[in-house]
Design a protein around this ligand. Structure first.
Ligand SMILES: [Mn+2]
Length: 198
């Protein structure tokens, strides 16, 4: 059984013509770390992910933000997802399923996860327009890239809310808390009747 003594960690670097990214994660950390993606709002969301998940996270990204934020947002999610999947290893002893319902002022968001190894995203949240200079429709792109590369089945449902900043924040906090709960070690078996989780 994985113990506290063997923290589940991963570190991945990825360089393309569009972005240059390095991500480090410890799923059994204390919420420490630094995030520097060159995009203020994304740094804010990833800091929430780090703190509310209790994950130690180091993220750096140098991306083609002269174009827009799309490549950087998506590629950070790809590498973060790959790190989560790598750190989880064979998933022995994890809780696997978890859900979090998190309010942020007038917004209430629910994230339900299955650490199944089978990627799937259901995203029911109206997020249009901008907050600051950040296009809010990139949140769905982020969640798709993260869930596909981490091997998560993720259902993201906004119960209600009107302010784009609040909605995004409620979603990231709910994601972090649901993920922290779903990857928690609660036993010593692989939680699947197949005996394996990809
Ligand atoms: Mn905020």
């Amino acid at each position: 059984m994985p113990t506290k003594a063997t923290p589940r960690t991963a570190e991945i670097k990825r360089t393309t013509k569009e972005t240059d990214i390095a991500v480090k994660i410890n799923l059994d950390g204390g919420g420490n770390g630094t995030v520097a993606t060159g995009i203020g709002f994304l740094d804010h969301m990833l800091d929430l992910f780090r703190v509310h998940g209790g994950f130690d996270v180091e993220i750096s990204c140098k991306g083609d933000i002269n174009v827009d934020y799309h490549h950087s947002v998506e590629d950070v999610a790809i590498v973060l997802g790959q790190c989560v999947k790598t750190a989880l290893g064979d998933k022995k002893g994890i809780k696997r399923y978890a859900s979090a319902l998190i309010p942020m002022d007038e917004a209430l968001a629910e994230v339900t996860l299955d650490v199944s190894g089978r990627p799937f995203l259901v995203f029911n949240a109206e997020l249009k327009g901008k907050t600051g200079d950040f296009d809010l429709d990139l949140i769905e792109e982020f969640m798709r890239a993260l869930s596909y590369n981490a091997g998560l089945t993720a259902h993201i449902n906004l119960r209600y809310g009107s302010n784009g900043h609040h909605i995004a924040e409620a979603i990231f906090k709910a994601l972090a808390r649901a993920l922290a709960d779903a990857v928690r070690i609660v036993g010593d078996k692989i939680p699947s009747s197949k005996g394996i989780l990809e």
